[in-house]
Design a binder for this molecule. Structure first.
Ligand code: DSN
Length: 441
């Protein structure tokens, strides 16, 4: 039991933390953007630093009593620059999360209406990479590049020619559902040729970069943003690295442009995670994430399932269920959930259904690797996922849009009594019992 005070004083709230703790322990966490932080990161996040206001930056605050948080924030920044060998860069560790970090960069370096190039969300981009309903898509003119329709990989020649045509002010790389290596140097060179700022949102793969498992965007990319809670295994927060010439504008955009007081407890959590990420053990962890992802891909493919772009070179893979039924992703997410495997529905390239009822499921290995699972477990888990896919592969998404929510509800109700779900859930319990979660007693 990790929350004795809540348990004693607020049982109404405690019950949900307790239930969530059990869910995180008893299930296979396979959302590629999730992870389990260390007890040290949890301590920092739950620390008394949450009591402190510190608007401003170290040495230039708008509040008294910042002597200690100044040291925490400076330590965090030093560790961040050292970990990535980011010489000539400045880092801002105050963004509250990834979306505000990206918006702060645009706010700092662009005028409203300026042209930006990115990969759209349905192909693996992000909300803040220009989705029309997101502030990014409303405030700036996004021109989208696509993936090569045959290989489902980035087509650098096509991106370069689009950049020549549109002359954007900023070109964005870094994705949320791309399972292969990104050539950040090529993306930077394309930007420079077009007279654009190069920006990489490395959120998903920052831990792999730190661990030497993915080429780095340093020391050439103009601006690098990242969340800290994915493969980096830190708290829910973000950082912006920028070449010195952009540093003042970015600092001003974060505070006072977009945010007030920074979350110094989260900054302490980032500092703790960065120390861990600099160890040889973290390098091994990053290498194992990739080996596990490849073992999982091999297992799923051996079961006859289709992976977008033919597999995985990083921490994630995208299962395309279109060959069974368009729109099957939503049902599969629910069925996996019932079997205690947590993943998320996702669009696939050339999606033939819709973003809310997509045809894919995104899977990842960072959290399972944190628990110590290796290739043998991934191979086994691949067969379990395939069992679920095959059991439900004929599930039809109604043509009629208004009938879809009820169809999903009805489907979920059938899951508790399904024998394949029960069988897979029992096997999942056998696996999770052998691999404790750090920080969960
Ligand atoms: N929502 C995150 C993800 O799951 O990929 C990206 O910010």
């Amino acid at each position: 039991m990790n929350y004795p005070n809540l348990q004693a004083n607020d049982p109404e709230l405690y019950q949900w933390l307790d239930a969530e703790q059990k869910r995180q322990k008893d299930g296979l966490e396979m959302i590629p953007s999730e992870n389990y932080v260390s007890p040290a990161v949890l301590e920092a996040m739950g620390s008394i630093l949450t009591n402190k206001y510190a608007e401003g930056y170290p040495g230039k605050r708008y509040y008294g009593g910042c002597v200690n948080v100044d040291e925490v924030e400076n330590l965090c920044k030093r560790r961040a620059l050292e970990l990535f060998g980011a010489e000539g860069y400045r880092v801002n560790v105050q963004p509250l999360s990834g979306s505000p970090a990206n918006l702060a960069v645009y706010f700092a370096l662009l005028n409203f209406g300026d042209t930006v190039m990115s990969l759209p969300l349905p192909l693996g981009g992000h909300l803040t990479h220009g989705l029309p309903v997101n502030l990014s898509g409303k405030a700036y003119k996004f021109v989208f590049y696509a993936l090569d329709p045959k290989t489902e990989l980035l087509d650098y020649d096509a991106i370069a020619s689009l950049a020549r045509e549109h002359k954007p002010k900023l070109i964005l790389s870094g994705y949320t559902a791309y399972s292969h290596i990104i050539d950040f140097k090529k993306m930077h060179d394309i930007a420079k040729e077009a007279g654009a700022i190069s920006m990489a949102d490395t959120s998903h793969i920052t831990g792999l970069i730190a661990g030497g498992q993915h080429p780095s965007p340093f020391p050439f990319t103009d601006v690098v943003t990242t969340t800290t809670h994915k493969t980096l295994r830190g708290p829910r927060a973000a950082m912006i690295f920028s070449k010195e010439e952009y540093g003042d504008a970015i600092d001003k955009a974060v505070f006072p442009g977009m945010q007030g007081g920074p979350h110094e407890h989260a900054i302490a959590g980032i500092a703790a995670a960065l120390k861990e990420a600099a160890t040889p053990a973290f390098k091994e962890y990053a290498a194992q994430i990739v080996k596990n992802s490849q073992a999982l891909a091999t297992s799923l493919q051996a079961e006859g399932l289709r992976l977008v772009a033919g597999g995985s070179e990083n921490h994630l893979l995208l299962l395309d269920l279109t060959p069974f039924r368009p729109g099957l992703g939503v049902f599969l997410e629910k069925a996996l959930d019932a079997a205690h495997i947590t993943a998320n529905k996702n669009t696939v390239p050339n999606e033939s259904s819709s973003p809310f009822y997509p045809s894919g499921v995104r899977l990842g290995t960072p959290a399972l690797t944190t628990r110590g699972m290796k290739e043998a477990e991934m191979t086994h888990i691949g067969t379990l996922i395939a069992k679920i896919v095959k059991e439900f592969s004929a599930t039809e998404l109604p043509e009629e849009k208004s009938a879809r929510p009820q169809a999903v509800k009805d489907f979920v109700e059938t899951l508790a009594g399904n024998s394949v779900v029960k069988e897979v859930r029992a096997e999942v319990a056998g696996i999770t019992a052998r691999f404790p979660v750090p920080g969960i007693a």
